[in-house]
Design a binder for this molecule. Structure first.
Ligand code: CS2
Length: 458
């Protein structure tokens, strides 16, 4: 079999339903070199399951009109442990990765390396534990092997992900392997990429659907929506397999695509994650299909679109319509509390930046409600008093703010507005602050549905 040219670090369900599906399409289009070698850096380790299934798994793409079971063999092998020589295969052309936000070892909201997160690796760079430590060591070995540079492409849903990876890896290498810095700057590239496909956590119902269609249980099977997008910056150290032949958009500037996705699709998801969970909805489908919440969400998406420059080849109104359809896909039961996880990382690019365009305008109420709902969600109970799991690195900070406020909405809002996340015009705007206070108070005493209706009628 042709050697894989793509190496992926930290394969999760999203990778199996996104990058691997594009690679599969390319292989089927006559490019067997588009195979992938996966390397698990952290649990879950999927090597044994992959081998036991003969290297095959399934992706079930479903929506209102389609049900396609894809048989994926593009992941040629899975290694459960990284190796210092993992980049020394001369066939490699492209390294992709899905490390999640925490995997970049940065100070949240910045491109700065968090020294505490890499302290152990810096103390012993030959035996790393973090993705950065492994990449740095593997680049040292690649250079020593006399191989050319390589492309390291982050595929995490983080703004300007390639620049973040470049910044933190460079900062790490400057400490751990200063001799590598010049070679890395001249030979390694870090394209920015925007990746999109809604891939909820695989639950028992999803596993059963796949088993029924595939005829056997599939430990690596994933259910996802048919919609998919991958936009990647044209910044490659070596020629890569022609992913553009299977719909990957290779562009000079990913920023407008990324903003469109973060604000419209992800912004809508995050808005209903908090507002919907407070209202007692379980999934984004339940919330977006509700007539009141759905109407509110359509208006919110339109407001988000007005903060954007339209990316080449896109149509923002059509993108908003497609977003609503995607969220109303009855086969994709995306738990709101899954979307609400780590919201302190997500709120900036999804909500706050756009809110700054609307502080004085007619849609300010939509934004104030979205942000107030997040503050209220962080108290860990919904409007009916049922518990909501708050999974966020700032959860202890939220608890302190809540305790210090002692039930006073004005103090609660003041506590939240001091977070770095609100650095900028929003924090300075007195009218917006007053709206937040009024909505935080209202969310304590009135039904979220009535507040949503009232915000629509203004
Ligand atoms: C979701 C995303 O959990 C979340 O934060 O908003 O995972 C979203 O489903 C993807 O970005 C879609 O591409």
């Amino acid at each position: 079999m042709t050697s894989p040219t793509i190496l992926h670090l930290s394969p999760g369900a999203f990778h199996r339903a996104h990058q691997a599906v594009y690679a599969e399409a390319l292989i089927r289009a006559g490019h067997p070199e588009a195979g992938i070698r996966d390397i698990c850096l952290f649990p879950p380790l999927i090597g044994a399951a992959h081998a036991a299934q003969g290297g095959v798994y399934h992706v079930l793409l479903r929506d209102q009109t389609r049900e396609d079971l894809l048989r994926i063999t593009a992941i040629r092998e899975v290694l459960d442990r990284p190796h210092p020589d993992m980049l020394c295969d001369p066939a490699l052309r492209l390294v992709t990765m899905t490390l999640t936000e925490k995997g970049y070892c940065h100070v949240p909201g910045t491109d700065r390396l968090d020294p505490a997160a890499v302290a152990q690796d810096l103390a012993d760079p030959q035996h790393p534990r973090t993705a950065l430590g492994w990449l740095a060591l593997a680049l040292v070995r690649r250079r020593a092997a006399g191989l050319p540079g390589i492309t390291l492409a982050s595929c995490d849903n983080i703004p300007v992900n390639g620049r973040l990876l470049e910044a933190v890896l460079t900062a790490y290498v400057a400490e751990a392997f200063p001799d590598l810095l010049d070679w890395m700057a001249a030979n390694v590239t870090f394209p920015v990429s925007m990746v999109d496909r809604i891939v909820p956590r695989v639950d028992a119902a999803a596993a059963e659907s796949i088993a029924a269609l595939a005829g056997a249980p599939d430990a690596l099977g994933v259910v996802a929506e048919p919609f998919g997008q991958w936009v990647i910056e044209d910044r490659f150290a070596l020629p890569i397999p022609p992913l553009d032949k299977v719909g990957v958009q290779i562009v000079a500037d990913v920023a407008p695509y990324e903003r469109m996705k973060h604000r419209i699709l992800n912004g809508a998801q995050t808005a209903i994650a908090h507002l919907g969970a407070l209202s007692g909805f379980a999934t984004s489908f339940d919330a977006a299909s509700d007539p009141v919440m759905g109407a509110w969400l359509e208006r919110f998406c339109a407001a988000q679109a007005r903060t954007l420059a339209c990316p080449p080849g896109e149509d923002l109104a059509a993108y908003c319509r497609a977003t609503m359809e995607r969220l109303r896909n009855p086969h994709i039961r995306h738990p709101l509390t899954q979307i609400g996880t780590d919201s302190s990382f997500k709120l900036g690019q999804r909500i706050v930046e756009a809110a700054e365009h609307h502080l004085e305008g007619p849609e300010a109420r939509l934004y104030a409600l979205t942000i107030a709902a997040w503050m209220r969600y962080n108290t860990g109970r919904d409007a009916a008093g049922r518990p909501i799991p708050v999974e966020d690195p700032l959860a202890p900070v939220f608890r302190d703010i809540d305790l210090a406020a002692g039930g006073d909405p004005s103090a609660l809002v003041a506590g939240y507005l001091r977070l770095d996340l609100f650095e900028g015009p929003l924090r300075q705007n007195e009218l917006f602050r007053r709206r937040l206070v009024a909505l935080c108070a209202a969310l304590e005493t009135r039904k979220p549905r009535d507040i949503i209706l009232a915000s629509l009628n203004h």
